[in-house]
Write a protein that binds this ligand. Structure first.
Ligand code: SAM
Length: 395
């Protein structure tokens, strides 16, 4: 498949190159922010599984540079790009033009004392103002590394936790190399998620937020239940830029409220042992089984927890929904279906659609080619062997 046909098939891939993002994932974070106002009062962030770095770019542009991508601002700013993309004016827009557009930002509001730490297994090209660590988030040694990056006075030999929990927001867009074996992929992904959660529990301040990629597999209701031990609100969101055909979604956990007496342990990470299960059971025993949520803007949301249930507004015009009885029963068994929201402008690009490109469309190169892709060695071997039709076989 040529580069241009990929542009045609994937609007967000093309838009990412035009706007200078290292990956199309940037739009997922922007659309999540649009829905949940993720960056409100946030200055200290940990970006897990961050390479090639488009989420870190979003963080850098919003927190360090002070750009405003808030609720739908990025869509409006890119109206010209969108029209060009759809061929409305019969011309294409080059990346330089997109950058000029970006410079027309009305006002920049850089935040003070911003600290952003990005971690990935892969090396990541540097981004100004962002501390990057090459590390495995599932490895226990990564926790002290992160604590040290956040607070240089942290002493790992003291074996204590950390003096304060300084982080407002932990993000994780972790994805293992997909094997194609569904259950295995979902299992490895869940291990990444627990590693991310454990890191988050070690560094989040009370009231902090945790956003992580999940694949909605068989036991996802158990996971929601486990997360609700630590966070006041747990929601699942599907940004419009995430393909509807994929199981990918993002768990959005708001208002970190660790149970009384809970201490994150570096030695006994969550998900290992039966800690979490015990905590879920004791929470269920202590609390009445009520799970309800409030949607400020029901038009922007799809509600999957109570299909077919009419939405009733209260006197303030806010829609209140409660889970039906069978789901309350599931909660009793330590399972829970979190509210599901579709986010991103519904009139924006559809990640699964193909779009017409103007005749003079110029295909741009990716902003940041992978620094050490897994296929690099294979390409080198193929080159050394004289190309795809060379004499030496790769096998
Ligand atoms: N959010 C990134 C962005 O916007 O550019 C894209 C992340 S990409 C979908 C998933 C990343 O997870 C890959 O870069 C991969 O190296 C990383 N990853 C997978 N397993 C990891 C692990 N155990 N520790 C750290 N990073 C990991």
């Amino acid at each position: 498949m040529g580069k241009s046909s990929k542009d045609k098939r994937d609007a967000y891939y093309r838009l990412a190159k035009e706007q200078g993002w290292r990956a199309r994932s940037a739009f997922k974070l922007l659309q999540l922010d649009e829905e949940f106002d993720l960056f409100k009062d946030v200055t200290r962030v940990v970006d897990l599984c961050a390479a090639p770095g488009s989420w870190s770019q979003v963080l850098s542009r919003i927190l360090i540079k002070g750009e405003n991508f808030g609720r739908r601002a990025w869509e409006d700013k890119d109206a010209k790009l969108r029209q060009a993309f759809l061929g409305i004016h019969g011309h294409t827009v080059k990346r330089e033009e997109a950058e000029v557009e970006n410079e027309k930002q009305p006002e920049l509001r850089p935040r003070k004392d911003v600290k952003i730490v990005a971690i990935d297994l892969q090396p990541m090209s540097p981004l100004q103002g962002i501390i990057t660590l090459k590390a495995d988030i599932t490895h226990p040694a990564t926790v002290p590394l992160l604590l040290r990056a956040l607070d240089p006075s942290y002493d790992p030999s003291s074996n204590s936790q950390h003096a304060s929990n300084p982080v407002d927001l932990v993000l994780s867009d972790g994805a293992p190399d997909v094997t194609g074996l569904h259950d295995l992929d979902i299992y490895v992904q869940s291990q990444l998620l627990f590693a991310a959660l454990n890191l988050a529990l070690c560094v989040l301040r009370p009231g902090g937020k945790f956003v992580a990629k999940i694949f909605r597999g068989r036991n996802v209701d158990l996971l929601y239940s486990q997360l609700s031990i630590f966070f006041e609100q747990v929601l699942v969101a599907k940004p419009r830029s995430s393909r509807a055909s994929s199981l990918e979604a993002f768990i959005v956990c708001l208002n970190f409220q660790p149970p009384e007496g809970f201490k994150a342990s570096l030695e006994d990470p969550m998900g290992v042992g039966d800690n979490l299960e015990k905590m879920v059971r004791s929470k269920v025993e202590q609390e009445p089984i009520v799970a309800s949520t409030i949607l400020q803007d029901p038009t922007s949301a799809t509600w999957s927890a109570a299909p077919g249930k009419p939405m009733a507004k209260n006197k303030d015009g806010i829609v209140e929904l409660s889970l039906p009885e069978d789901e309350a029963d599931a909660r009793k068994n330590g399972r829970w279906i979190a509210p599901f929201l579709a986010c991103g402008d519904l009139s924006g690009f559809d990640a699964d659609a193909s779009y017409h490109l103007p005749k003079d469309h110029i295909t741009l190169d990716p902003v940041q080619p992978p620094t050490a892709p897994p296929y690099k060695r294979a390409l080198e071997m193929r080159k050394a062997a004289g190309g795809a039709y060379g004499k030496t076989s790769l096998a």
